[in-house]
Design a protein around this ligand. Structure first.
Ligand code: ZN
Length: 247
């Protein structure tokens, strides 16, 4: 089975469209690590697409805030304003869908899905030191996560030795990671809609459960159109500018 792994789409329709065109024919089913909405200008189109196409998903912190489950008190002012705009923009149906999204970890066939960390859905796993506590308790051989918007992740051997996968795909060729049976893996496919690793291209991954290979991809998309929509919606200009730099 080939799984298309998506995360942090953040209401970016053009990013999602580019990923789906790029990945067409190379996967059997789609899973998502959350943050469908927030920041971006197309929350309804993206949520409707997820409702119709994704077979397994966990909620992200922006999904919770944008549908009213949580207050945006921990958000910076730009993210808070975007979450209020998104809440107003979302249809009642889409808001109800977001409210029902499951909390991670969610066990899937052969792997887990989480948004932030296996220990808490809102925790960030950025550096190896963030993973120490996780490594001691980690059960599944493979966990996909998002939240940091950084493509890559970690491998853990004997619960103690933690290695960073770095930034797997830098050029134009996809990167392949062969999973080894003696290690546990925490894999981040990167963000479809708001990359923050210095590469503005939309990010995704494909996992082949038969060969045990994870492929990392980046694909350019029509950033200018998304920026135009962000400005037209009256969202903060920083949300448009950061798409250009991928930071
Ligand atoms: Zn996010």
């Amino acid at each position: 089975m080939r799984y298309l792994i998506l995360s942090d789409i953040h209401a970016n329709w053009e990013g999602l469209e580019a990923v789906m065109n790029d990945a067409a024919g190379h996967y059997d089913t789609i899973v998502c690590c959350g943050d469908i909405v927030g920041y971006g200008p197309d929350p309804n189109a993206v949520t409707e697409w997820v409702r119709g196409n994704v077979s397994a998903i966990v909620r992200g912190n922006h999904d919770k805030v944008c549908c009213g489950i949580e207050d945006p008190e921990d958000f910076n002012p730009i993210a808070r304003a975007a979450s209020i705009w998104t809440w107003k923009e979302l249809s009642a149906d889409n808001r109800a869908y977001l409210r029902e999204l499951p909390q991670g970890p969610a066990a899937h066939a052969g792997f887990d899905l989480v948004h932030g960390s296996p220990l808490h859905e809102d925790d960030y796993m950025v550096s190896r030191s963030d993973v120490f506590a996780v490594a001691l308790k980690l059960q599944p051989a493979l966990t996909f996560f998002g939240h940091t918007h950084l493509q890559g992740g970690f491998l853990i051997v004997r619960r103690r030795n933690i290695g960073s996968l770095g930034k797997p795909m830098v050029g134009s060729r996809p990167a392949a990671l062969q999973l080894e049976s003696h290690a546990n893996y925490l894999i981040n496919p990167g963000s479809v809609g708001q990359p923050r690793d210095g590469d503005p291209r939309a990010a995704y991954a494909i996992f082949d459960s038969e060969t045990k290979i994870v492929f990392f991809f980046r694909v350019p998309y029509d950033i200018e159109t998304t920026q135009g929509k962000i400005r037209k919606a009256g969202l903060h200009d920083q949300l448009a500018r950061r798409l250009q730099t991928g930071c």
